[in-house]
Design a protein around this ligand. Structure first.
Ligand SMILES: Nc1ncnc2c1ncn2[C@@H]1O[C@H](COP(=O)(O)OP(=O)(O)OP(=O)(O)O)[C@@H](O)[C@H]1O
Length: 265
């Protein structure tokens, strides 16, 4: 069988890593929430794990260019993201689902996703088709003309995912995307993640170690703003077979890496 090649795969890239940070520092208020972080992420789905307050949301905000780093290097899609002149074209190639996203409750699903496509400066003629596809991909076709104020929390989260993917971003950042999704939707979402990661760089911040194992090609574990460990889900599971607290090998691997990191620092 001949495999279909996407436009993204044919597009020449001049960078090795869609996300590259060196000594990155990002403040949240006065607190240095990301502290001297060195990270390289290629295409694929990266699960960003860490305890409460580890700096995941702050890092996602910096990667989305919403929050300016206070030091270090941040290269996104081959561009120096601290350079204000590249931000506008760079943002057209990003998709971002914030932990809490604001919306106008009287918008319908379609109107909201269209509005976000317009903000990302998508060509006008491409918007209706792209919106339809994004809404279909998150399983909301039958609610496309419902007002946002009438949707459940899980449905709203799916609207958030639809707006993040509407422009087929080269770098997609999803902060806690599975919060509120029912088990069936979570399984479907994992399939969508794997599809999206085939030809783009997807970073998913989550507390659900099982989601990471099921849908991610790479795990990034952070604590107190620093990188604790980066590797394959299979390596996390392997680590959990030798100790750590938790209900599954992956959870035990997670706690084992964190415990070792804390005792070493
Ligand atoms: N506006 C702020 N002012 C001061 N400190 C802040 C602010 N926002 C976040 N912090 C602190 O920065 C650290 C990192 O917060 P962040 O929200 O990035 O963590 P997180 O890993 O996303 O946590 P969670 O898993 O609970 O969402 C925490 O210690 C938090 O208390």
């Amino acid at each position: 069988m001949v495999r279909m090649v996407s436009a993204t795969e044919l597009k020449p890239t001049t960078y090795a890593w869609p996300v590259e940070t060196a000594g990155l520092r990002v403040k949240a208020g006065r607190h240095l929430a990301v502290n001297d972080l060195d990270l390289r992420l290629g295409n694929g789905v990266h699960g960003l794990l860490g305890p409460n307050g580890a700096g995941k949301t702050t890092l996602m905000r910096a990667l989305s260019t919403v929050h300016r780093p206070s030091g270090g290097q941040l290269r996104l899609l081959g561009e120096e993201a601290t350079n204000g002149r590249v931000l506008r074209p760079l943002r057209r190639r990003l998709g971002y689902l914030p932990q809490h996203f604001g919306f106008y409750p009287r918008f319908t699903v379609r109107e909201y996703v269209e509005y976000m496509a317009w903000l990302r400066e998508m060509p006008k003629t491409a918007i209706p088709g792209a919106v339809q596809r994004a809404v279909e991909r998150v399983g909301l076709t039958s609610r496309a003309d419902s007002r946002l104020k009438t949707l459940s929390g899980g449905m709203l989260r799916r609207v958030g995912i639809a707006q993040a993917i509407v422009n087929d971003p080269d770098l997609l950042l999803l902060d806690e995307p599975t919060v509120g999704l029912d088990p069936e939707q979570r399984v479907e979402f994992r399939t969508l993640l794997r599809e999206l990661g085939a030809d783009s760089c997807v970073v998913v911040s989550t507390h659900l170690v099982e989601d990471v194992v099921a849908a991610c090609s790479n795990v990034v574990l952070v604590n107190e703003g620093r990188l604790v460990w980066q590797g394959l889900p299979a390596e996390l599971i392997e680590r959990g077979e030798h100790g750590g607290a938790g209900d599954s090998p992956a959870e035990r691997g997670y706690t084992s890496f964190l415990t070792s990191h804390r005792s070493a620092s």
